[in-house]
Write a protein of this length. Sequence first.
Length: 369
Amino acid sequence: MSALRVLHINTEKTWRGGEQQALYLAQGLARRGVEQLCVGRPGRPFVERCGAAGLDVEAVEMHGEGDVFGIARLARLFTRWRPEIIHMHTSHAHTLGVLARAKSGVGRTVVSRRVDFTIYRNFLRLSWFKYRFGVDRYIAISHGIKRQMVTDGIPADRIEVVHSGIDVARFDGAIVHDYKAEFGLPDDARVIGDVAAFGWHKAQEFLVRAMPRILERVPSAHVFLIGDGDLRPKIEAEVRALGLQERILFTGFRTDVPSLIRGMDCFVMCSVLEGLCTSLLDALALGCPAVGSAVGGIPEALVNGETGLTVPPRDPDALADAVIRVLTEPELAARLRDAGRRHVDAGFTVNTMVEGNLEVYRGLVEASR
């Protein structure tokens, strides 16, 4: 087969996990000889970081899903560059790319789906048209997302599952963070951590509500909530209401997250919806035993009792009991730690993610040829 030509579209204004995955993918494909063009909005991180990584980029003005001028610009680009695969990495890119492809008649379409929310945004269920037509293949980052899409009416044979991947090499040299030195913790402190933006679906309030029960069994426990976001003041208010200001600390955004995780005794991800969660994969790769909600793709990373512990969502008592087990059963913690690392190495690396996407591309191109 001749070299593939893949055009990536990302419309995000900021840089988050999905953009990092798209960059990992483009870099991995470049190493495999795939011709690519990375398309994003002018001055936004996607085109800037892809360009800095040595990838070919093109900035295109795109303003929302109904931008007819943006659609025309993309259609002209498709006609000129002639991609075999048009991979759309965001929701707005999905709409714009499908309409531009219909206008140009060029390429096969692929859409990444990274969240396990229902596709329906309102009672009119208009999103059914968007997701049902114009996409040759969806790539879901977990089986949990695929199940939700099938429930929403998307044919299963149009959805492939390719797990997100992490770059385990970036953890080389990450030292164990000295929580005692920075935060004044006592020598016997046990550190529980959560790394996530403060959004409604991350649901850090359930870890806050679990803390009194945890402290009954593990009086030296301290929780660190790492990250920032719009709902942080709400969670801080709940901590104050429970009188836990000395035991639940907010670090804000940090650049030393691997070291912070390496210094934890237990990692927690108590989301109520979650596509997969690369922070959880990071924790497993760093050898931190983890507890998470049994939602979305979390059980694919945390195989209950094998690579981690899962609990029902929105259940602070169950969450507390699982954390207590990790903190008080050293043999369990050691077993989860070792199995978690092996699990990530086996199926959640950048290489496995790139190969999975490439397999989807090749299948589509071979079918069209």
